[in-house]
Ligand binder design. Structure first.
Ligand code: CA
Length: 225
C-alpha cells in the first residue's frame, strides 16, 4: 500500500508539480485547492500526511489545522510564505509537525516528508547497500555519506542504485539508459552524462571522494579509489 498524502494548496501549478514529484516517489496523492474542502477531505479520509498551504480561499490553513487537530493527529507540514514568521510560530503551536518556506527545493520537501513518515513507522526496516562511505537504503529510499543524508531525485537515486549494484563493472550509456530510464526511453543518450554530473556534484565533490569514473569511449564505472 503506498503512503497517502493530502495536498491542500490553491496554486494549481505548484500543486500539480508537487503531486507529480510525490507520485514519482511512490506516494498516492489527493489534492484540494480550497481550505474548507481541504478540512472536510482531511477529516473524512485516512491520510498518512497532509501538506497544508496557509493562504487558502474560504478557510485559511491555520484555521484548517486548528479544526483538524480537535479530531486528528495526522502529521502536517505547513507550506508558508517567505518571512511569515508569525504563521510558522502559530502553526507549530497549533500542532503542525513541520513547515517549509516557499519557494522550496522539492528534494527538501521530500526529505522532510520521509522524516515525518519514518517517525510513524512502527517497525523500522531497511535494506542497505554500502560502498566505502556511501550507504544506500532501497526500502527507505535514502542515501547517506558518512551518516549525512544526501538529497537525490528519484532518477538520481535509481542511477546510483544501479551503479552500486554493478560496482566495478564498466557500464555503457546504453546499458544505463535501458536499466535506469527503461527500454522505451526515446531521448538523448547524453541524459546519462547529465545525471552522472549531478551525482558527482552531490557525492564526489561534496564529500571529496572519487567513486564515479569515466571510461573513455565506453561509459562509466563505480568504484572506490
Ligand atoms: Ca496559497
Amino acid at each position: 500500500m503506498p503512503q497517502s498524502v493530502l495536498l491542500i494548496e490553491d496554486e494549481e501549478a505548484l500543486a500539480r508539480f508537487v503531486e507529480l514529484e510525490l507520485v514519482h516517489e511512490g506516494y498516492s496523492v489527493e489534492k484540494v485547492y480550497d481550505g474548507r474542502e481541504g478540512l472536510q477531505t482531511a477529516l473524512a479520509g485516512n491520510y498518512d500526511l497532509i501538506l497544508l498551504d496557509i493562504m487558502l480561499p474560504s478557510l485559511n490553513g491555520l484555521e484548517v489545522l486548528r479544526r483538524l487537530r480537535r479530531e486528528k493527529h495526522t502529521p502536517v507540514i505547513l507550506l508558508t510564505a517567505r518571512d511569515a514568521v508569525m504563521d510558522k510560530v502559530t502553526g507549530l503551536d497549533m500542532g503542525a509537525d513541520d513547515y517549509i518556506t516557499k519557494p522550496f527545493a522539492i528534494e527538501e520537501l521530500l526529505a522532510r516528508i520521509r522524516v515525518l513518515l519514518r517517525k510513524q513507522d512502527k517497525v523500522p526496516e531497511s535494506d542497505l547497500k554500502c560502498m566505502g562511505d556511501i550507504a544506500l537504503d532501497t526500502l527507505r529510499h535514502t542515501v547517506t555519506v558518512r551518516g549525512e543524508e544526501v538529497l537525490l531525485t528519484g532518477r538520481e537515486f535509481k542511477l546510483l542504485e544501479y551503479m552500486m549494484e554493478n560496482a566495478g563493472i564498466v557500464l555503457s550509456r546504453e546499458t544505463l539508459l535501458t536499466n535506469v530510464w527503461g527500454y522505451d526511453y526515446m531521448g538523448e543518450t547524453n541524459v546519462v552524462d547529465v545525471y552522472i554530473r549531478y551525482l558527482r556534484q552531490k557525492i564526489d565533490e561534496t564529500y571529496q571522494i572519487k567513486t564515479l569514473h569515466t571510461v573513455r569511449g565506453v561509459g562509466y564505472v563505480m568504484k572506490m579509489e
